[in-house]
Design a binder for this molecule. Structure first.
Ligand SMILES: [Zn+2]
Length: 104
């Protein structure tokens, strides 16, 4: 069983797995923009290829800045202030979500 398909990396559309031929080869294509990967690979490999994401440089810069801001929140004069704690937790969630969305 292959992992669930992520949204299309180009347009956010839904991906579809298409198998063909006697070998079970598969490709994944976008129902909106028709981007596709695979073709000679088995379903699991094609899905892994479709789901693989490189973090764009501009997103990496934002994540690095958020990590620094979060560390600043936790290392500040008022680390127990409710707003500071909320912001540090929020930044932590956003950082984790971005890291999960992209290969690191
Ligand atoms: Zn697409």
């Amino acid at each position: 069983m292959s992992e669930p398909l992520k949204a299309c990396p180009f347009c956010g559309g839904a991906g579809t797995i298409e198998t063909w031929g006697p070998t079970g080869a598969a490709y994944v294509w976008c129902e909106v923009c028709r981007a596709e990967v695979g073709g000679d690979e088995q379903t699991t490999e094609s899905v892994a290829m479709w789901n693989r994401r490189a973090m764009p440089a501009e997103v990496r810069k934002v994540v690095e800045r958020m990590v620094q801001e979060r560390e600043g929140c936790l290392d500040c004069q008022y680390p127990d202030d409710p707003f500071t704690k909320t912001m540090a937790a929020y930044l932590g969630e956003v950082i984790a979500a971005l890291e999960a969305a992209y290969d690191r």
